[in-house]
Design a protein around this ligand. Structure first.
Ligand code: SF4
Length: 134
């Protein structure tokens, strides 16, 4: 909640990012927009929200992110992509592995394991598929 004026308040979702670069990326914008859509869908008494905030705590900057139609559509597109995922076809890991060090799901994703398996020249695949280990 953010104070709108004396005696009033309004809901404004806030996403905190380290972002020492001082940059706000499209993914950040879509993330805070997704929070807004979730709030609209679930919080009683809240109609359409206008904006959210991406707060960069390393630089103490607040960036206002309007919940525009293109951002709202991007959230729906991502949701649709997620619905299309199957257990046998997980999304590819990020190509920039520097992002993994600060990732909140690193424990589940285990990017080092994926890298190790990729570097093992298909050994695991051959074992799973019934091939011989040599
Ligand atoms: S740990 Fe996994 S989910 Fe997180 S950034 Fe790396 S590849 Fe992506």
């Amino acid at each position: 909640m953010e104070n709108a004026s004396e005696g009033e308040s309004r809901v404004v979702p806030v996403e905190r990012k380290r972002a020492s670069s001082g940059q706000v990326y499209w993914n950040d914008e879509i993330q805070v927009t997704a929070y807004g859509l979730l709030i609209e869908a679930t919080l009683d008494g809240v109609d359409e929200l206008d904006y959210g905030i991406v707060y960069l705590y390393e630089t103490d900057e607040r960036h206002r992110i309007e919940f525009s139609s293109d951002r709202r559509q991007a959230v729906h597109d991502v949701r649709e992509e997620i619905h299309q995922l199957e257990p046998d076809t997980p999304p590819s890991p990020v190509t920039n592995r520097n992002k993994c060090s600060g990732c909140s799901v690193r424990h589940y994703c285990q990017p080092e394991t994926e890298t190790h398996l990729n570097n093992s020249n298909g050994w695991l695949t051959s074992v799973v598929d019934g091939g011989d280990r040599e």
